[in-house]
Design a protein around this ligand. Structure first.
Ligand SMILES: [Zn+2]
Length: 72
């Protein structure tokens, strides 16, 4: 299946690219929330990125139990 995650993870298909919850967004720095598009999160690898520019900001709740926000 085609993957669209900008982190190029093996499971980053379109249906795993989700809008972030308000709780998640509140943890991000201001300049990420005011990016070009809405921040999206790949639910497979945790990659957080701008939905328009595809610029990667970091990861949120990535696999292997590293919870929370991890700036790139
Ligand atoms: Zn991914």
């Amino acid at each position: 299946m085609k993957t669209v995650c900008p982190h190029s993870c093996s499971g980053g298909t379109q249906d795993r690219q989700r809008d972030m919850t308000d709780g998640m967004l509140s943890k991000l720095p201001d300049d990420h929330r005011k990016a070009v598009g809405t921040p999206k999160r790949c639910s497979y690898c945790g990659c957080v990125y701008d939905s328009v520019s595809k610029r990667v900001f970091g990861k949120y709740d990535p696999p292997m139990g590293r919870e929370g926000w991890h700036p790139r």
